[in-house]
Design a binder for this molecule. Structure first.
Ligand code: ATP
Length: 286
């Protein structure tokens, strides 16, 4: 089965929410667009990994040759949705030397002295790089809204500010891929329980996660607003069901691959005379 046969349509089409999409009703256990078998997944991912890695290397080479293009993957999702797994298993398919990864936690005292986009701007990928945001500017309209960390008129204004910001970085050459990982309440409970049960996962457990879990429906509303107000042509959101980790990883692999393919980058031309250098190499006797 070829890639095009395994997907009923490009992931960027099937995972893009239709107008009227309801985040709270999203099927976290779904595998939209995927037509392959589950047994097929490892084999398929290995093949796509080679392609993704080749595309990322072209991007890096382009940047080293003065090109301005870059890709930014934004990962959002409730606790346990699998952002870390995407970083390890999908971003991990490419050369780490070409990746700029940033996790955004609670803003530090220094960060709080600046506009909310200040730390985001500082972390944008340089030309040629794949930037990965584990949480992002969207925390400032998610946790900030849900917990009332700033007054409503402040977070209200942020949707437009984010859109303008993303438009500017897209115009400067960055392809933006925004992924909302959707986990169900049941699956979140199972993953939290696993963190309690397993010594090797306990370090990930944070008692505060339960306080966030209680606010599930308020978060769903905040996610709905994010999708409704910040899905733009230059920076679309993709909603990725994440109860099946293998599907989330496949889906984000495809989204990243498509975004890199959209750049249509060739290997940069040599800035030297290839024939002359070949002759010189043959003649040199160190
Ligand atoms: P994760 O839950 O992402 O795996 P973690 O538990 O290790 O990460 P950190 O990365 O230290 O925790 O921080 C994540 C926390 O920071 C989340 O609770 C998130 O809501 C919070 N956070 C991120 N950005 C902001 C922000 N702009 N304002 C307030 N809180 C924020």
């Amino acid at each position: 089965m070829s890639t095009s046969e395994r997907w009923s349509a490009p992931a960027s089409e099937v995972l893009r929410p239709e107008p009227g999409f309801r985040f709270a009703a999203a099927d976290a256990g779904g595998t939209p667009g995927w037509r392959g078998d589950k047994d097929d997944v490892e084999d398929h991912l290995a093949k796509r990994a080679a392609h993704l890695s080749d595309l990322q290397e072209r991007l890096y080479a382009h940047g080293r040759s003065g090109g301005r293009r870059s890709v930014l993957l934004v990962l959002q999702g409730m606790d346990t949705a699998g952002k870390g797994g995407i970083v390890r298993h999908v971003v991990g398919l490419v050369d780490p030397g070409g990746v700029q990864h940033t996790s955004f936690g609670v803003p530090t005292a220094a960060e709080r002295e600046h506009h909310f986009l200040w730390r985001i701007r500082n972390a944008l990928p340089a030309p040629g790089y794949l930037g990965v945001f584990d949480r992002s500017q969207y925390e400032d309209v998610l946790v900030a809204r849900v917990h009332g960390l700033v007054p409503p008129d402040v977070w209200e204004a942020r949707y437009d500010e984010i859109n303008a910001f993303e438009r500017a970085i897209a115009e400067a050459g960055t392809v933006i891929v925004k992924v909302a990982l959707v986990v169900s309440l049941d699956e979140q409970r199972a993953r939290l329980q696993e963190r309690l049960d397993r010594a090797d996962k306990r370090w990930k457990y944070n008692p505060d996660d339960l306080d966030e879990r209680v606010l599930w429906s308020v978060y769903q509303q905040a996610y709905q607003a994010v999708l409704d107000r910040t899905s733009t042509d230059v920076a679309p959101w993709y909603v990725v069901p994440a109860d099946k980790k293998w599907f989330a990883r496949l889906a984000v692999t495809e989204l990243l691959t498509e975004s890199l393919e959209s750049l249509d980058l060739d290997w940069p031309p040599a800035h030297f005379d290839v024939a002359a250098e070949t002759a010189r190499l043959a003649e040199l006797r160190p």
